[in-house]
Write a protein that binds this ligand. Structure first.
Ligand code: GTP
Ligand code: ZN
Length: 217
């Protein structure tokens, strides 16, 4: 029997990425999964005194329909935009954009099949199960390995998902604080957001609520 190889991260390419929120450093990396992920970061300029606070980090799952196409079935597009805006506002932090996470890790075709089942009355959790899939198949290992490799051991995490907090912590990342993300409710995603809260334990802010942060301990 061979020993398990240590989690390795390979940096594949890097360049500046100007966005409407400002200029991010883009690093394409792959982990043990051999998938090309992207880290988008901002760092405090040398002239500014360094902060003691851990950086604001968003570990974000790819969603073609929500992010590129503006689908209103989910809130992935507004969440990604909010994360980039919050990091730009602080002037430091990182979005780890995880590819291969489409449909909570079941892939695009299965996600579209899950949508068809939701049209027939199932909720997002029931639809995955009906397809013979787990409710959530994602691994956050590559994100955790990348953070560890660049020396980030403590983070302030932007998420509403308690499983993501637990998974990153199990992978060796200290979560100093969790910052809930504002929800972007629309008629088309009302049931989806409600199921995430009721069945998946997600937090989330209602419109008009002040951004909330709480200790993860
Ligand atoms: N299987 C499935 N996946 C979905 C559905 N709607 C969105 N997704 C995927 O769900 C992933 C995002 O998960 P969410 O549950 O919205 O959010 P999260 O990442 O768990 O938690 P946050 O950090 O709070 O955003 C993306 O990969 C989407 O493609 C759906 O109805 N079915
Ligand atoms: Zn989505």
């Amino acid at each position: 029997m061979t020993a398990t190889a240590p989690a390795t991260v390979r940096v594949l390419a890097r360049a500046k990425l100007p966005t409407r929120h400002g200029v991010f450093d883009a690093v394409c990396f792959s982990g043990a999964d051999d998938v090309e992920h992207l880290a988008l970061s901002m760092r405090t300029p040398p002239a500014v005194p360094p902060s003691d606070e851990p950086p604001l980090i968003r570990v974000h799952s790819e969603c073609l329909t929500g992010e590129a196409l503006g689908s209103q079935r989910c809130d992935c597009g507004p969440q990604l935009d909010t994360a980039l805006a919050l990091i730009a506002e602080e002037g430091r932090g990182m979005v780890l954009y995880l590819r291969g996470h489409e449909g909570r890790g079941i892939g695009l075709a299965q996600k579209i099949r899950a949508y068809a089942l939701q049209e027939a009355g199932l909720d997002t959790v029931e639809a995955n199960l009906e397809l013979g899939e787990p409710v959530d198949r994602r691994s956050y290992g590559p994100a955790a390995a990348y953070l560890r490799q660049i020396g980030v051991e403590q983070v302030r995490l932007l998420t509403n998902n308690p499983d993501k907090v637990a998974a990153l912590r199990a992978a060796g990342i200290g979560i100093a604080e969790v910052h809930a993300m504002p929800a972007a409710p629309l008629p088309a995603n009302e049931a989806y957001l409600a199921t995430k809260t009721q069945k998946m334990g997600h937090r989330g802010l209602r419109p008009g609520e002040e951004p909330l942060s709480y200790s993860a301990d």
